[in-house]
Design a protein around this ligand. Sequence first.
Ligand code: BDR
Ligand code: CA
Length: 344
Amino acid sequence: MASFPRLLIWSAGKPSSRGFKTRETLGEFMAEPRKIIIDTDPGQDDAMAILLALGSPEELDLLGITAVAGNVPLALTEKNARKICELAGRPDVEVFAGASRPLARRLVTAENVHGKTGLNGPDLPEPTMPLQERYAVDFIVETLMCEESGTVTLCPLGPLTNIALALNREPRIAARIREIVLMGGGFFEGGNVTPAAEFNIYVDPHACDVVLRSGVPVVIMPLDVTHKALTTPARIAAFRDLGNRAGVAAAEMLEFFERYDVNKYGGEGGPLHDPCVIAYLLRPELFRGRECNVEVETGSALTMGMTVVDWWGVTDRPKNALVMRDIDAEGYFALLAERLARLP
Ligand code: BDR
Ligand code: CA
C-alpha cells in the first residue's frame, strides 16, 4: 500500500490551532536532527523502537534513554535497554533508571507476553556499558531545563510514571517540551490487558492523567493503530534476511513476541506497537489521526486505565491529543528494515 497523501489529519470540524502543517513542515525540512528522549520498559517492541531510532542518526538525536518499570521490573528494563544499545553498536548512549513502581498502584508486569527477562528470543550478552548514576526523572527535568525550549521531544513507550514524576517535580518543563509522542491506550479496539484498558495506561493511569492534563502537545499511538501493524512471517523474514546482527536479533525477538498475540487474536502476526512512535517522528505521513479530547479512567475498577477518546466531538471538552487511528503498515515495516540495515 502506498503511503497516505500529505493529509495527516482526518478533517473533523475546525482546523486545529496547533497547526499540523507546521509539524509536517518541520518533519520535512528540519536540518538539525530532532532531539528525543526515549522512556521505555523493554520489551521486544520497545527494543525495536530503540533500534529504529539508533538506525536514524541523521534525523534523530537520542539524548538519553530512561527506563521505567512496566513489562518487567526496573532492574530488567534498564538492563535490557543497555543490551539493545550494545546490540546497535552504541554503548555511548546514556541509559538512566527511573521509577520502579507506578504513582499510586502496585506494579503489574507482562512476562506472559515478553518472557521472563522481558527480552526473550535472542541470546544477547549481558551489557558492559554502565547504567548512569543519575535518576531518570532528574535527567528528564535537567535536560528539558538546559536544552533550548521547544526542542526536545519525549517518546514514552511504557507506563508514563517517569514523565508524570518529571512534570510534577518541575512544572516549568511542560512549556519547554516540544511534543510527547507516546504508545498507549485504545478506543475502537478496546483494551489488551483488560477489556477496556491497554497495558501501558493500565499500569499507571494516574501518570497518564498527569500527562493528558499537562498542556503539552501529545500524539497518541493506540492499539487502533498498532493492531494494524502485524509482524507477518514475510516481514520477520525481511529483517532476518538483512543478515546483520540487528536484523537477525530483531527476527528472533519478534518470533518470540508475536506468539502470545497470535494465540490471542489469531491472524498472521502480533502487533508491533512501540516503533510506531519513532516511525511517526521519521515519517508522519505513514499515520492518520484526529485531534480529540482524551481522558483516562482512574476510578472505576471495571474500566481502570481506559482511554476515553471523544473521536466524534460529542463533548466540548478541549482537544488535548492527536489520536492516530490508521497506519500504512507496508511503509512502516519497510522503514524498519531500511533503518535496521544501517546497524551492525
Ligand atoms: C504496550 O505494552 C507493552 O507490553 C508493549 O511494550 C507496548 O508498549 C502495548 O500494549
Ligand atoms: Ca513498551
